[in-house]
Every structure is written in structure tokens, then in C-alpha cells.
Write a protein that binds this ligand. Structure first.
Ligand code: MG
Length: 182
């Protein structure tokens, strides 16, 4: 495949956001995350309203974003895409409670991919403004104020499986993305 500009989302694609929430919830509240079957992109949509405030506290707490575990095979995949000659960028939207999130997203990339990758970070609240050939993202619908130039390949997660239109990628299933390495 000719070199492409590949945009990788960070949370849910490289960083295991949901696992991070589960771990911190358990540590903080000494009980498992009270989560129904995952059907919606936003965790709060699969949780009873009485827990929403506690959930928001987890997201906005110091150290949450920097200590997210990496997604299985995600780091190796990002490196392989770069080695294959693609221009790989990390395209990520900070949460509204940005105070720790923004800096810690950089910390996370530095820690797991190395300092060289810091220059590959693109922070964008609206990803339709970012140029690219392919955006690999776990969010089912990515909208914004422009018509995107990239093609959305959905990163496989339990909460987006009802979405069947996009091409589906899972790092643990090489056949879903090995085409990018050829
Ligand atoms: Mg995501």
C-alpha cells in the first residue's frame, strides 16, 4: 500500500480507557464499576444516573489519563505502521475537564511510545478539521463542522459493534489491518 496519512485515536484505540476507569473506580470506591452491558460509546450511558458524578470525578482526577494501561498490541501496531512508511499521527480530543487530561495525554505517549512520538500528537476537539487518509477511532459516529477528508475505520469495541458500515480494525486480529503493512 502506498504511504498513507494515518490518524490514530488515543483513548479506546491505543490507551485502554475503559480498563483504566474500572481500575480507578475499584481503588477509589472499593467496589466494581456498576456497569450494565456495554452498548453505548459513553460509559455514563450504560450506568445509572446516580453514579454519573462519581464517574466524572474519575475522569477528571489527577493521574487518570497518564496511568491508563495500553491496549493489547496497540503500541506495537502504531510502531509497525510507522515502520511500514506511513505518516502516523495520534489524533485525540481532550475531555471538557481538560486540566490534567491534556498534559497527561502527552505523558502517556512519551511513556509508552517514546519522546519522538510527542511531535505526532494532534489535539482536536473537532477531528473533521484534521487532514488524513484514514482515521482509526472507536467512536461510532465522528461528526464536526467540515466534511472529513479521511475515511473512518472503526476500532473494534463491544460498544460499537452495532455499527456495521465502517471497516473494522482490531490490533489483536492482524487480518483486519495487515493490508496497511503491505
Ligand atoms: Mg476513542
Amino acid at each position: 500500500m502506498a504511504p498513507k496519512l494515518i490518524l490514530l485515536d488515543q483513548d479506546g484505540v491505543l490507551a485502554d480507557f475503559e480498563q483504566g476507569v474500572r481500575q480507578l473506580w475499584q481503588q477509589t470506591y472499593e467496589q466494581p464499576l456498576p456497569l450494565a452491558e456495554r452498548r453505548h460509546f459513553y460509559l455514563c450511558d450504560d450506568m445509572a444516573p446516580q453514579y454519573h458524578q462519581q464517574l466524572a470525578q474519575i475522569y477528571s482526577s489527577k493521574g487518570f489519563f497518564s496511568s491508563l494501561p495500553p491496549m493489547r498490541h496497540g503500541i506495537a501496531a502504531a510502531r509497525r505502521l510507522l515502520e511500514a512508511g506511513h505518516d502516523v499521527r495520534i489524533c485525540t480530543s481532550p475531555i471538557q475537564a481538560y486540566h490534567y487530561c491534556v498534559a497527561e495525554k502527552f505523558d502517556w505517549v512519551c511513556q509508552h511510545l517514546g519522546e519522538d512520538w510527542l511531535q505526532r500528537i494532534i489535539l482536536a476537539k473537532d477531528k473533521t478539521w484534521v487532514r488524513g487518509d484514514i482515521l482509526i477511532d472507536d467512536k461510532p459516529q465522528i461528526s464536526g463542522s467540515l466534511i472529513p477528508q479521511w475515511q473512518h475505520w472503526i476500532y473494534d469495541q463491544p460498544y460499537n459493534r452495532s455499527q456495521t458500515k465502517q471497516r473494522r480494525v482490531n490490533w489483536a486480529q492482524p487480518e483486519t489491518w495487515s493490508e496497511l503493512l503491505q
